[in-house]
Design a protein around this ligand. Structure first.
Ligand code: ATP
Length: 223
């Protein structure tokens, strides 16, 4: 049976609201917290439980039993101090896993130091994705794996169709690796394709490589 998560989302801005709605749609339980009454009232029909409290108040967090949750998401962005203090308190209260939203690199570094398990940068990541979509209409999705490596999903261009991965020299020339080819509108997937595998119309390539290498490949093969 699929595991059902019990998650606490702190901060009902656009990011926190979107996470809550998605988790609820996926069948998980979500308790939402915000210090503003109006936001809590608005969210009461959307989440399993909606509570108004200041997440920088340790006793208030303890009273709602935060340590019983599988994961906490700190979705406070603009008030960096509140985000850091909340993360610190959740950590101290023994929350198993904490995901925190960072507004900038300094914020991210502090969150890392105080023990956030996962740090997300939604605005920055979306900016990167949109920029890649603008530069190349073949880029379907773009995920940053590290400061050096990324993963892209690209649709095939006329230059690729009917050619093998070897012929396109994706590894030899660009230093990128195709880790999967999604076939026929994603109904079938070829994991770890061979160099001799031929690209067909409608295929989607999932490619991993450095930013520089992927950008070179996009320039050459996707234009
Ligand atoms: P968005 O996700 O919309 O980009 P944002 O990054 O601008 O949001 P904020 O508006 O700073 O984030 O905060 C998101 C939510 O967190 C707001 O609804 C705010 O009321 C709530 N919030 C801020 N500080 C606290 C706190 N100490 N305790 C509880 N909720 C808080």
């Amino acid at each position: 049976m699929k595991k059902s998560f019990i998650v606490i989302v702190i901060g009902l801005g656009r990011f926190g609201t979107s996470i809550t709605q998605t988790l609820m749609k996926l069948g998980h339980e979500v308790m939402v917290i915000d210090c503003e009454e109006e936001k809590v009232n608005r969210a009461s029909g959307m989440a399993t439980q909606a509570i108004q409290l200041d997440s920088t108040d340790e006793n208030a967090l303890r009273e709602v039993g935060v340590s019983n949750f599988d994961e906490a998401i700190v979705a406070i962005g603009s008030d960096i101090l509140a985000s850091i203090l909340t993360t610190l308190l959740l950590k101290g209260l023994g929350v198993a896993k904490i995901t925190a939203k960072a507004n900038n690199d300094y914020h991210s570094k502090v969150l890392e130091k105080i023990g956030a398990d996962r740090i997300v940068h939604p605005e920055r990541d979306m900016g990167i994705r949109v920029a890649h979509h603008i530069v190349s209409s073949n880029v379907i999705d773009f995920i940053e794996l590290s400061s050096e490596y990324s993963l892209v999903e690209i649709s095939t261009s006329a230059k690729m169709i009917g050619k093998s991965l070897e012929e396109l020299e994706i590894r030899a020339k660009y230093g990128c690796t195709v880790i999967a080819i999604k076939k026929n509108g994603v109904r079938a997937i070829n994991i770890s394709p061979q160099g001799r595998d031929i690209i067909q119309e409608g295929d989607l390539l999932v490619v991993i490589g450095t930013y520089k290498a992927i950008s070179l490949l996009e320039d050459d093969l996707c234009s």
